[in-house]
Ligand binder design. Structure first.
Ligand SMILES: [Zn+2]
Length: 136
Protein backbone atom coordinates (compact mmCIF):
# COMPACT_ATOMS: atom_id res chain seq x y z
CA UNK A 1 0.00 0.00 0.00
CA UNK A 2 1.32 3.45 -0.91
CA UNK A 3 -0.08 6.15 1.35
CA UNK A 4 0.49 9.92 1.67
CA UNK A 5 0.81 10.37 -2.09
CA UNK A 6 0.63 14.04 -3.07
CA UNK A 7 -3.06 14.75 -3.88
CA UNK A 8 -3.81 14.07 -7.54
CA UNK A 9 -0.69 12.00 -8.24
CA UNK A 10 -2.12 8.51 -7.73
CA UNK A 11 -2.56 7.86 -11.45
CA UNK A 12 0.98 9.03 -12.15
CA UNK A 13 2.21 6.62 -9.48
CA UNK A 14 0.35 3.78 -11.19
CA UNK A 15 1.85 4.77 -14.54
CA UNK A 16 5.34 4.78 -13.04
CA UNK A 17 4.98 1.25 -11.78
CA UNK A 18 3.64 0.11 -15.12
CA UNK A 19 0.00 -0.43 -14.25
CA UNK A 20 -2.03 0.43 -17.32
CA UNK A 21 -5.42 -1.16 -16.80
CA UNK A 22 -4.43 -4.10 -18.96
CA UNK A 23 -2.45 -5.73 -16.17
CA UNK A 24 -3.95 -8.30 -13.85
CA UNK A 25 -3.13 -6.85 -10.43
CA UNK A 26 -5.98 -6.12 -8.04
CA UNK A 27 -5.75 -2.39 -7.29
CA UNK A 28 -7.66 0.09 -5.15
CA UNK A 29 -7.14 3.80 -5.62
CA UNK A 30 -8.42 6.59 -3.38
CA UNK A 31 -7.88 10.17 -4.47
CA UNK A 32 -8.15 13.47 -2.61
CA UNK A 33 -8.67 11.88 0.78
CA UNK A 34 -8.68 14.47 3.58
CA UNK A 35 -5.44 14.37 5.53
CA UNK A 36 -4.65 16.41 8.61
CA UNK A 37 -0.97 16.51 7.64
CA UNK A 38 -1.22 17.09 3.91
CA UNK A 39 -4.61 18.67 3.24
CA UNK A 40 -5.46 16.02 0.71
CA UNK A 41 -3.69 12.87 -0.33
CA UNK A 42 -4.02 9.85 -2.57
CA UNK A 43 -3.71 6.21 -1.58
CA UNK A 44 -2.92 3.26 -3.83
CA UNK A 45 -3.31 -0.35 -2.74
CA UNK A 46 -1.90 -3.09 -4.91
CA UNK A 47 -2.19 -6.76 -4.14
CA UNK A 48 0.71 -9.17 -4.49
CA UNK A 49 3.15 -6.65 -5.85
CA UNK A 50 6.50 -5.61 -4.39
CA UNK A 51 8.12 -2.42 -5.65
CA UNK A 52 11.59 -2.34 -7.14
CA UNK A 53 14.05 0.29 -5.96
CA UNK A 54 13.91 2.22 -9.26
CA UNK A 55 10.14 2.37 -8.92
CA UNK A 56 10.39 3.71 -5.38
CA UNK A 57 12.91 6.34 -6.59
CA UNK A 58 10.48 7.50 -9.27
CA UNK A 59 7.60 7.64 -6.78
CA UNK A 60 9.77 9.77 -4.46
CA UNK A 61 10.18 12.35 -7.22
CA UNK A 62 6.45 12.98 -7.63
CA UNK A 63 5.29 12.12 -4.10
CA UNK A 64 8.09 12.92 -1.66
CA UNK A 65 5.91 12.29 1.40
CA UNK A 66 4.70 8.86 0.31
CA UNK A 67 4.88 5.95 2.72
CA UNK A 68 5.01 2.38 1.53
CA UNK A 69 3.52 -0.35 3.70
CA UNK A 70 3.73 -4.04 3.06
CA UNK A 71 0.68 -5.74 4.48
CA UNK A 72 0.61 -9.45 5.19
CA UNK A 73 -2.29 -11.25 6.81
CA UNK A 74 -4.11 -7.94 7.30
CA UNK A 75 -1.27 -6.51 9.39
CA UNK A 76 1.38 -3.96 8.53
CA UNK A 77 4.50 -6.07 8.09
CA UNK A 78 6.82 -3.26 7.06
CA UNK A 79 6.39 0.50 6.65
CA UNK A 80 8.85 2.98 5.25
CA UNK A 81 8.99 6.42 3.71
CA UNK A 82 10.47 7.20 0.33
CA UNK A 83 13.68 9.10 -0.14
CA UNK A 84 15.01 10.79 -3.24
CA UNK A 85 18.51 9.31 -3.65
CA UNK A 86 21.60 11.43 -4.26
CA UNK A 87 22.02 10.00 -7.75
CA UNK A 88 19.34 8.94 -10.21
CA UNK A 89 20.59 6.47 -12.81
CA UNK A 90 18.28 5.74 -15.72
CA UNK A 91 15.32 7.30 -13.91
CA UNK A 92 14.97 10.70 -15.59
CA UNK A 93 15.41 11.69 -19.24
CA UNK A 94 17.81 14.58 -19.93
CA UNK A 95 15.94 17.50 -21.61
CA UNK A 96 19.01 18.33 -23.72
CA UNK A 97 18.54 16.59 -27.09
CA UNK A 98 22.30 16.73 -27.66
CA UNK A 99 23.11 14.91 -24.41
CA UNK A 100 24.93 11.60 -24.88
CA UNK A 101 22.23 9.89 -22.80
CA UNK A 102 19.73 10.80 -25.58
CA UNK A 103 21.75 9.34 -28.45
CA UNK A 104 21.79 5.76 -29.66
CA UNK A 105 24.69 5.05 -27.32
CA UNK A 106 23.75 2.59 -24.59
CA UNK A 107 24.35 5.21 -21.89
CA UNK A 108 21.81 5.48 -19.06
CA UNK A 109 21.00 9.01 -17.88
CA UNK A 110 22.75 10.09 -14.69
CA UNK A 111 21.57 12.95 -12.54
CA UNK A 112 22.82 14.29 -9.25
CA UNK A 113 20.07 15.51 -6.95
CA UNK A 114 20.66 18.89 -5.28
CA UNK A 115 18.62 21.62 -3.60
CA UNK A 116 18.37 23.45 -6.92
CA UNK A 117 17.14 20.51 -8.94
CA UNK A 118 18.52 17.62 -10.95
CA UNK A 119 21.92 18.06 -12.55
CA UNK A 120 22.86 15.96 -15.60
CA UNK A 121 26.32 14.51 -15.02
CA UNK A 122 27.03 14.34 -18.78
CA UNK A 123 26.01 17.73 -20.14
CA UNK A 124 25.51 19.88 -16.99
CA UNK A 125 21.84 20.54 -17.81
CA UNK A 126 19.74 21.40 -14.74
CA UNK A 127 16.12 20.33 -14.41
CA UNK A 128 14.60 22.74 -11.90
CA UNK A 129 10.87 22.26 -12.37
CA UNK A 130 8.31 19.93 -13.98
CA UNK A 131 10.58 17.04 -13.03
CA UNK A 132 7.74 14.58 -13.47
CA UNK A 133 7.62 15.32 -17.21
CA UNK A 134 11.08 13.78 -17.54
CA UNK A 135 10.58 10.61 -15.54
CA UNK A 136 11.37 7.61 -17.75
ZN1 LIG B 1 22.35 15.61 -20.18
Amino acid sequence: MIDHITGGEALNVLKIIGITGFTTESISVATNVKSSKMGRKDIVKIENRELRKEEVDRIALIAPHATISIIRNFEVYEKKGVEIPRYLIGVVRCPNPGCISNTNEPVPSQFEVSQKGLHCLYCDWMITNDIKNYIL
